[in-house]
Design a binder for this molecule. Structure first.
Ligand code: NAP
Length: 336
């Protein structure tokens, strides 16, 4: 069966996902596109999805009998309405992060999916599909004993002028929030944020860097350095300290050279390159499950927990070093 996919939002990531569905992956084809900016949908049609019909609204695309499954890759604030419409139509739906921009919005999606009674939603937390994180998880699960601490870092060379302090959580740390919980098989119970002096390359509305400290239900302490003006490169670090040893996320493949009296290897500078292969794996997983009328991978509950945790981290930014409790509701059986 070829899964007929409709893509809502044909900006950077929507275009790229349409390309990988039609040119890289198997089992699916893009049959429909929709974007507030029709010219953008038309450009994607002409470049990578020649057979796609263009719909004026996402709701019309979801309702089309020619669409079996939906990709929501529009602006974050629109995700909730489209995911809810896809669930109401009983169609599998891949939603880029965030699942919703508020915890209440994510809860409405969880409630709708639970009422539907079957998983339909996959959230775009692609790091769970990265070969490095998958290998790290296998190692942590089997080799180093119970995790005690995690030291992580998320460093960007620079960010746009409009990037402000809470975005360090909602746009940047959101990936660590999901992947570390998955890596440790654990849930968060509190968050604290510490601010060293701001880097000279930052600006008045962005306190950068910051250190987010998460405590888990099993008592693991996680520190995540977020430094989005680090200048030198795009660098993701993760080290898990266990009872018996330490495991670290592998560095991206890079040639090591001995040249001009220097021993060196390159560091990436563009975030798009760091997890490029994982997007293929995550979307193939979506296609495979959608072909069976369901969804796999990170679920609505994960999206909801990420939203609750993000809100707590932003509250912790404002609490100037004080701990903010993270209280999760009971997980519905659908997500066990
Ligand atoms: P983008 O380039 O700005 O694309 C967003 C697109 O959605 C734009 O074409 C926008 O149109 C369109 N749009 C806005 N409102 C819409 C609506 N109501 N219905 C249909 N289309 C609408 O942004 P992007 O970088 O592709 O990001 C899109 C989403 O993917 C964001 O939620 C982002 O967080 C997520 N993302 C995830 C990753 C990841 O690593 N997992 C990476 C990148 C992005 P206009 O231009 O007319 O506003």
């Amino acid at each position: 069966m070829t899964v007929r996919i409709g893509v809502i939002g044909t900006g950077a990531i929507g275009r790229d996902h349409a390309r990988r569905i039609n040119q890289v992956l198997g089992g699916a084809t893009v049959v429909a596109l929709s974007d507030l900016n029709r010219a953008s949908a038309e450009a994607v049609k002409s470049d990578v999805a020649p057979d796609a019909a263009i719909f004026t609204t996402g709701e019309e695309l979801i309702a089309s009998p020619d669409v079996d499954a939906v990709l929501v890759t529009s602006w974050g604030a629109t995700h909730e309405q489209y995911v809810l419409a896809a669930i109401a139509a009983g169609k599998p739906c891949f939603c880029e992060k965030p699942l919703a921009t508020t915890a209440d919005g994510a809860k409405r999606i969880v409630d709708a999916e639970v009422a539907h009674g079957k998983r339909l939603v996959q959230v775009g937390f692609m790091r769970r599909y990265d070969a490095g994180y998958v290998a790290l998880k296998q190692f942590v699960d089997t080799k180093i004993g119970a995790p005690i601490m995690v030291h992580a870092a998320h460093r960007n060379p620079a960010v746009p002028e409009q990037y402000v302090t809470p975005m360090a959580i909602h746009d940047t740390m959101i990936h660590e929030i999901d992947v570390l919980r998955w890596l440790l098989n654990d849930d968060y119970v509190s968050a604290r944020v510490l601010f060293p002096r701001s880097a000279a390359r930052s600006h008045a509305k962005l306190r950068d860097p910051q250190i987010v400290i998460l405590e888990t239900a099993k008592g693991t302490i996680i520190d995540v350095e977020i430094f989005v003006n680090c200048h030198y490169g795009y660098d993701i670090q993760c080290e898990v300290v266990g009872e018996d040893g330490i495991a670290s996320l592998p560095e991206p493949l890079a040639i090591q050279s001995r040249l001009g009296a220097k021993l060196q290897n390159d560091i990436l500078t563009d975030w798009k390159d760091r997890f490029i292969a994982s997007y293929d794996v995550e979307l193939q997983d979506f296609i495979n499950a959608a072909g069976k009328g369901t969804a796999a991978g990170p679920n609505s509950w994960d999206g909801y927990v990420a939203a609750i945790t993000s809100d707590a981290c932003v509250a912790a930014q404002e609490a100037e070093g004080a701990a903010v409790a993270i209280n999760l509701p009971t997980r519905p059986a659908l997500y066990n």
